[in-house]
Structures are given as structure tokens and as C-alpha cells.
Design a protein around this ligand. Structure first.
Ligand code: NAG
Length: 286
């Protein structure tokens, strides 16, 4: 009996010794890992938006430096990003053909709207979604207008683009699978085709963004329209049909030859819409 006990005692102390040794051995690794972890945490989280961890929108002034060039790999990721912002607006307007006659004039027209948004968002940045038009000061289209918003009105940007390289100032990008016309193979950029949203419109006007939840809230707070051609008009028509609140600012085209009018096709649609039927909903505080 005594031998059995002493054998156990011996095994026990040997076991403890072994365990301690093992523990000591791995502790050094653990300690080194801590250093690694700590070291890594000290590095600037490039490409990783700060607010992704906090699950809330970045503050004014901190958004741009942390959120550059973030390519979103799926629609679910896009939705997750959208959910981190207190207010989210889709912007449509003139493309590179018609451009704007005067971007400052358009921004002045929208100023009360931006002031309201910033008042409601407080210190938080808000999000502007657009079709990824390249910002070019000498050829100012929606891409330039939206860059001015980012620079001057506390907004981060999400570009949903049908093709091409993402612009370098945009906060987030999403490039969905390319859609083409069945017969010609031409890219479908957006708007309606055979009664369905296509191209980028099918993404940024998706049900997940425009349909209200059970509490009556939409992920997309509203649509802001600054002029535009056929695609913009079809998008606005769709938004109006599903009851998404929209704001329109009359915007002079840079090249009035393109649509044969100063204010373009969207203006004619809006003028008609406001003279017939129910008034569109106005965005109000959430
Ligand atoms: C910007 O627009 C001008 C005028 O149309 C054009 O010459 C230039 O190539 C554009 N720049 C870029 C980077 O696209």
C-alpha cells in the first residue's frame, strides 16, 4: 500500500514538475505573442476603417484617413458598412457627357439639406452613395460634386460602380458583377431594363436599402437628385414609386446640347410629377 502511495506521490510531483516545465516553456511563447499582438496594435490599421470595430460612424475629421480605398467584397459587407452610419443618401446627377454648368450653384441649392443632415448627425459623419464617377475639376460631373461633399460637408463616400478603376478619394467601393444586354453584350450601367433595375441601380436601390423595416425605417435615408439624364430619371421614378424620400435641386447642364435643354430630362419629369398627384415625401428627422 505504502509503495503504491509513494509511486502516486512520485508521479504526482513528477507530473507537477513536467506541467510547470511545459507551462514555463509555453509561457515564453505566450509572452512573445503578447508582444506581437501589442506590436501589431501599434501599427496603423491601414485599409481597416476604425469605425468597423466600433460599429459606429467615424467622427468628423477622422473618417478619411482611416477609410481610404476599402474594396467591399460582397453586398452583405456593403449593407454592414451602410448600417454603421446615422444617415445615408444616394446621389444621382449628370455624368461625364452633360456635366454641370456650375457646381457651386448646385451645392448652394443643397446647402439647407446638408446643414439639416449635419445637425442631426452631430459629430458623426454621414454616408453618400453614388455611381463612382471620377472626380475631375476641369470636367465637373457628379464625381466632382460628390468630392466637394466629402471635402466640405462631413460625408464619407461609397462608390458602387459598373466598371473601371475606383477613384482614389472614395472611402468604400463595391464593384458588382457586370451585367450586359443579352443581344449586344453592351454593359448595362443602370436604370431599368425589361422592367427591372439593372447595373449599379440594382445594388444601391435594392430592397434591403429602400424598403422600410417593421419599424418604418429604411437603411437609405433618402435620394438626392442634382439633374441627370435617362438613367437618373429611371432611378428617381423607381425611388418615387417605392416611397423613398427624395430631394431635387434644379441643376444646369454644362453642355446643353447633350439633352437639348438647360436642366435636362430629370427636370422635366420632376416638373410633371409635382404638377400631378401626391407630393413626394420629405426627409424628416429620424
Ligand atoms: C479631366 O477632364 C479634362 C477635360 O475634359 C480631360 O482633358 C482630362 O483628361 C480629365 N482628367 C482625367 C484624369 O480624366
Amino acid at each position: 500500500m505504502l509503495t503504491v502511495l509513494s509511486v502516486f506521490a512520485c508521479l504526482f510531483s513528477f507530473g507537477t514538475l513536467v506541467r510547470d516545465k511545459i507551462y514555463y516553456y509555453f509561457a515564453t511563447f505566450q509572452w512573445r505573442n503578447e508582444i506581437l499582438k501589442y506590436g501589431r496594435a501599434q501599427l496603423s490599421p491601414k485599409g481597416v476603417p476604425k469605425h468597423n470595430n466600433k460599429q459606429q460612424a467615424p467622427q468628423i475629421g477622422e473618417g478619411n484617413q482611416y477609410c481610404k480605398h476599402r474594396l467591399l467584397s460582397s453586398f452583405d459587407k456593403l449593407i454592414a458598412v451602410v448600417k454603421t452610419y446615422p444617415e445615408v443618401y444616394l446621389f444621382i446627377g449628370y455624368g461625364s457627357r452633360a456635366q454641370y454648368a456650375d457646381v457651386d450653384e448646385v451645392l448652394r441649392g443643397l446647402l439647407p439639406k446638408f446643414q439639416d443632415i449635419r445637425y442631426r448627425c452631430g459629430e458623426k459623419r454621414w454616408l453618400g452613395i453614388y455611381g463612382g464617377d471620377k472626380a475631375n475639376v476641369t470636367a465637373p460631373d457628379l464625381g466632382w460634386l460628390i468630392k466637394r461633399l466629402q471635402d466640405e460637408h462631413g460625408c464619407d463616400l461609397l462608390a458602387v460602380q459598373a466598371e473601371g478603376e475606383p477613384d482614389d478619394h472614395t472611402t468604400f467601393h463595391f464593384i458588382p458583377e457586370r451585367q450586359t444586354k443579352p443581344n449586344s453584350g453592351e454593359t448595362l450601367y443602370g436604370g431599368m431594363h425589361d422592367g427591372k433595375l439593372v447595373g449599379v441601380s440594382r445594388i444601391y436601390l435594392a430592397d434591403e436599402l429602400v424598403k422600410p423595416d417593421s419599424g418604418g425605417l429604411r437603411l437609405l435615408t433618402g435620394l438626392i437628385v442634382a439633374g441627370g439624364g435617362r438613367i437618373a430619371m429611371e432611378e428617381l421614378q423607381y425611388a418615387d414609386e417605392v416611397g423613398l424620400p427624395w430631394t431635387y435641386v434644379p441643376s444646369r447642364a454644362g453642355d446643353i446640347q447633350v439633352y437639348g435643354s438647360t436642366y435636362g430630362p430629370v427636370h422635366n419629369w420632376v416638373t410633371d410629377r409635382l404638377s400631378n398627384g401626391q407630393q413626394p415625401v420629405i426627409v424628416s428627422a429620424r
